[in-house]
Design a protein around this ligand. Structure first.
Ligand code: NAI
Ligand code: MG
Length: 359
């Protein structure tokens, strides 16, 4: 049998993005080795704010096209203290997600073994969500502009774009995902009381799509009330779908409730597989801890498991999550964000050891 080889593009980006992607490549290498069933052919890209400072571009003009020949993209984070965040985000991350039409951003949240939720009464299993974020339009469609700079009548607009096609495809994706999970439960989040056009269209299309998924129980929440429900009744939620902006915010809350943003993964999927999907931790480049060797690599390991799952390597994905959970279960292997003293290196070495079967 010939070994399957997957072409992976690795883009560490900035700050701890580079540190956690490097750690992840070590783990992936061991996993491919041990499994023997597949190989990973990794190409590293130096696309970053450093590159922008040197050349004026975060990535080459044809960067997104260069990625098309890969099977998946592993991404760290982009952002630097001395460059405005809207330049870094649009210059690299969105410059990849949007042309490659990675329209479904999937963000699982669970309290991993050994990790304490900041919610006093939550036990493991009572917080097990997947947030689906619309990743191509909405509030981050990039429409808008500024006129009369510096004058008293200066005006700035950001126009949200909600299309029937865009809403319907994310809604179908979310219902299908909810259907595949044991509880078959979906919560559709909007703000359709105050935003009476685009958000009302969301509600309407949710009701239409629901007719094709009669075995899925679904309900609606306004985004402000949703923050209360996530905090007070986490066990009442399972799969959640929301707009680009709303889900961006809710998923940071979800990450915090699961113990740390350092363990929260995400996948930017093109579900039709016309283009490669991109896998990344939710967190950013974390200037405050860059270079200290204490970044939690767990979010990136978890997103690598999502990548393997997407590539069809489910047993390897499961082995990786088992190794990660064996490591989080040991408080001596917690990085400072989880209240421990472990380093990125210690966590990485422990996952590698667990994968090699020595633990
Ligand atoms: P951040 O996620 O980088 O950091 C927030 C806090 O969480 C910091 O105290 C940081 O030390 C901590 N933290 C984050 N990840 C951690 C990890 N793996 N282990 C331990 N602690 C961790 O968010 P912040 O500070 O708002 O943004 C920093 C930069 O990152 C900005 O330039 C921002 O634009 C960018 N950013 C990029 C993202 C991306 O590339 N997808 C996502 C979020 C922010
Ligand atoms: Mg965010």
């Amino acid at each position: 049998m010939t070994r399957k080889t997957y072409k992976i593009a690795a883009i560490g980006g900035d700050g701890i993005g580079v540190e956690v992607v490097d750690a992840c490549l070590v783990v992936l290498d061991v996993l491919a080795d041990r499994d023997g069933g597949f190989a990973l052919n990794v190409t590293n890209f130096d696309w970053s704010t450093d590159r922008y400072k040197r050349t004026g571009e975060f990535m080459p003009a044809d960067g997104a096209d260069q990625l098309r020949s890969f099977d998946a993209i592993l991404f760290g984070a982009v952002g630097a203290p001395d460059v405005p965040d809207h330049l870094t985000l649009w210059g690299l991350r969105l410059a990849i997600c949007q042309p490659l039409d990675q329209y479904a951003n999937v963000r699982p949240t669970r309290v991993l073994p050994g990790i304490q939720s900041p919610l006093r009464h939550v036990n493991a299993g009572e917080l097990d969500w997947v947030i689906v974020r619309e990743n191509s339009e909405g509030e981050y469609a990039g429409q808008g502009g500024r006129s009369h700079p510096g004058l008293p009548l200066e005006v700035a607009t950001d126009v949200s774009i909600f299309t029937r096609a865009g809403i319907e495809r994310i809604m179908r994706f979310a219902f299908k995902l909810a259907q595949s999970r044991p509880r078959k439960l979906l919560t559709v989040v909007t703000k359709s009381n105050a935003q009476r056009h685009g958000m009302v269209l969301w509600d309407q299309i949710a009701a239409e799509v629901a007719q094709d998924f009669t075995d899925v129980t679904w309900d609606k929440m306004l985004v402000d009330a949703m923050t209360v429900r996530m905090t007070m009744k986490p066990a009442s939620l399972d799969t959640i779908v929301a707009t680009n902006l709303h889900a961006d915010i809710l998923s940071d809350l979800a990450a915090a409730l699961s113990g740390s943003i350092g363990v929260a993964p995400t996948a930017n999927l093109n579900p039709e597989r016309d283009t490669p999907s991109m896998f990344e931790p939710i967190h950013g480049s974390a200037f405050d801890i860059t270079g200290k060797g204490v970044a939690n690599p767990v979010a990136t390991f978890w997103t690598a498991a999502m990548m393997l799952e997407h590539l069809g390597e489910t047993p390897a994905a499961e082995r990786l999550m088992q190794a990660v959970e064996a490591v989080t279960a040991d408080p001596a292997l917690h990085t400072p964000d989880l209240g421990g003293n472990a380093t990125t290196r210690m966590v990485t070495d422990a996952v590698v050891e667990s994968l090699r079967g020595r633990n």
